[in-house]
Every structure is written in structure tokens, then in C-alpha cells.
Write a protein that binds this ligand. Sequence first.
Ligand SMILES: [Mn+2]
Length: 427
Amino acid sequence: MRYSPIATSLFVRNREKIIAQLPENSMAIICGADQVHRNDELYRYRQSSDFFYLTGIEQEDSFLLLLPHGTLKHTQAILFVREPNPLMERWEGKKLTAAEATEISGIHTICSNNTFIQTIAELLPHVSTVFLNQSNNRRYKQVLTREMRLGHILRKRYKHIQLHNCAPLLNACRMIKEPEEIALMQYACNITEQAFRSVLKNIKPGMREYEVEALLWHTFIAEGVSHHAFEPIVAAGENSCFLHYQKNDSIITAHDSILIDFGAEYANYAADCTRVIPASGKFSKQQTLVYNAVLRVFYFARTQIIAGTSIEAYHKLVCHAMQEELLQLGLISTADVQNGIDGKPAYFKYFMHNTSHFIGLDIHDVGKRSDILQPNMVVSCEPGLYVPEWGFGVRLESDIVITETGNYDLMQNIPIEIEEIESLINE
Ligand SMILES: [Mn+2]
């Protein structure tokens, strides 16, 4: 693996949290992610976040069974992994031995994945409820996951079984980060900072957006990052008004501001950062006005991210702050505020997304906007203004950890003030 080993105790604790909630005579089944085809090749494998959370195992074709106290003597977790053989390894490289799987996961019962279905069949007569993990954190539901396919089989063959979704249990646990998880997220943010500083050092008008993307890649890979946490956005000029712009193929001109929304994924934990920089090393007057308006709202929004509130609740306050800034900028009028624009609140014309989402193993991590924030949850803070008629947008984003007494910013070292950004570009 490309990262320092994670303490096994994290995964033991994570499993304990789920096992403690399983009723008697039940069993939870968690499947690793499917491999995904790219023509006759495979896309680079990324373990399912839930599976990683419970095992630390990144190897494909792995399965986990969790059993509450007493269902099987001593054993509360059984991990199924591919059985290594010399021919398979000749092609694919070394696979985990049982001892290695135990060392990573802390699970002592390791079986060949060839025995997975048979083991379930042997256990099912003794259980009445099966928790099958059907994550609801997926945007496209047309493709059946392993769990969905398994669910069809179980429903057909085992009529006595009550099937429950394990995802609500997992989501509630994953939302509250353990100290080890926050440390990994801080590390992902630090690599993200390094990548941003490399962009500040090397940015020049005339470059293509993908050359900036290449700078991000270079730092990430050199620092042991396997993936971007999401497809990076490098959007110069009016491209920055497209919220999920990913083409990254335009030429950057001297008068462009460039919106960069990117983040490293380290040890499967995500960072999510947005900064805006001037290609020439100096923002125009208009860019400065909008930038500082968004920055004020960013600082305000950050103070609102505290235990006891919800993303939904403070977003309303952020929208109000943004409305005030838009009035100051002259982009909306008091009449617009009263009447709305196109059936929406006036601010929505320029600020049409949410202030925050949860972050963790997934970039848009589990958790709902209405969930009450608690210490050790991590959320983004990302207000933005998009002004196509002025030819640019500004979004500023950091990752915020909620504490007992307030919060702190995992990206506090990533330059955000105009003076610092300009002086670093001009160094
Ligand atoms: Mn974000």
C-alpha cells in the first residue's frame, strides 16, 4: 500500500460499533466493491468505503460477515479473501495471505472467498434477520451492486429471512470520525496544500487547464496518493461558472481567474479544497470585489459550523449573508430580494448550491443535511458566487472538523487571503 499502515484497533472499534447494534440471531453481510470494466481492462480498483471502514482491506473480491455476540462461539467477524495461488500471482502480483489479512483487519477468522456462499448457507438456518449493506450513498442506481445481487438470491432462496439494510447503522457510525480518521484526513489536506503551493509557484498565462491538473497529479502521486478524491476541476475564466466543469482543456489567458476544486485521497480518506487564483498574479478589481465578498461569507459560514445545528439550518444564514453581499455588488436589487428571480430567491441566481456536505471516506460522505452536527463530524464549507455576465465564478472551500467547543479548519494552512495568494504567485 502507498500509505503508512493504519492501526488495526481502528477497524476493530468500527466493527464493534456495528456488532453491538445487531439483534440476536442476526448476521450482517458486507461485500467489497465490484471491479469495473473499462473495455477489456479494469478501472483502477477502489474498495467500497463501508468495507474499508470495517476491515482496512483494499483487495478485490473480499467479503465480511458480522455476527452478534453468541451467534457463533467466539467468532464475531469472518473475512473472506481470494485464495492466493502461484499462477494468479504470476499475473496479478502478490495477494494477501491469511496472516496479512489478520494483521490489517484484526479479524482472526480468514476464509477463502470460494467458501463465502457456502458459509452463508450454513449460517442462514440459525439466523432470522440478515443485515445486507445497501448503501444509499450512490448517485446512479441502475447498476446493481454485489449486495443487490445477493439480496435477490437471499429473497428467493431463504423465505424465512428478514432482510434489513445495514447502511443506516454504518452511516451513523461513519459520520462521527475517530481520531485516527481525522489524522488521515489532515494528512490528505496537507498533501492537497502541497499541490496547491506547486500550482501557485508554476502558474503562467498561456498554460492549458490540464497543465495545472498535471501539477496536482505530480504532487499527489509523489506523496503516495492513489486517487484524486474526485475528478479535479481546473476552470479558467467563464469555465468557473460551471459547477462541475471537468474538461480542463482551455487555454488560460492573462486576465483569467482560475477556480481549482480538487483534493487528495489518502488511505481512502478525502480532502476537498477550492481556491481561486489570478493567472497573471494579480486579480482584477472586479475579481477582487467578488472574491472578498465570497471570502467574508466563507469566514462567516465557518463560524456557524458548530455542534447542535444542521447543514440545512446554517445554510439559510449563509444565503442571507450572500444576499447582502450581492446587494453590495449591485448584482441584485432590493426589488429582486422582495420579488425573487425566476421563482427562486434572488441570491439563487448567483449562489445555487449548498454551503456544506459531509466528508470522510467519500467526498460526499454519508449524512443528511438535516442531521444534527456533533463533535468529530467533518464537513466542507464552500460558499461561492458565479457571475457569467462578468465572466468568472469564485468558490472558496475548506474542510471543517466540529469540536466540543467550536470547530477547526483542516485547511487553515492553505492560502486563502488575496495578498498571500498574489505574493506567492509573484515570488
Ligand atoms: Mn465540496
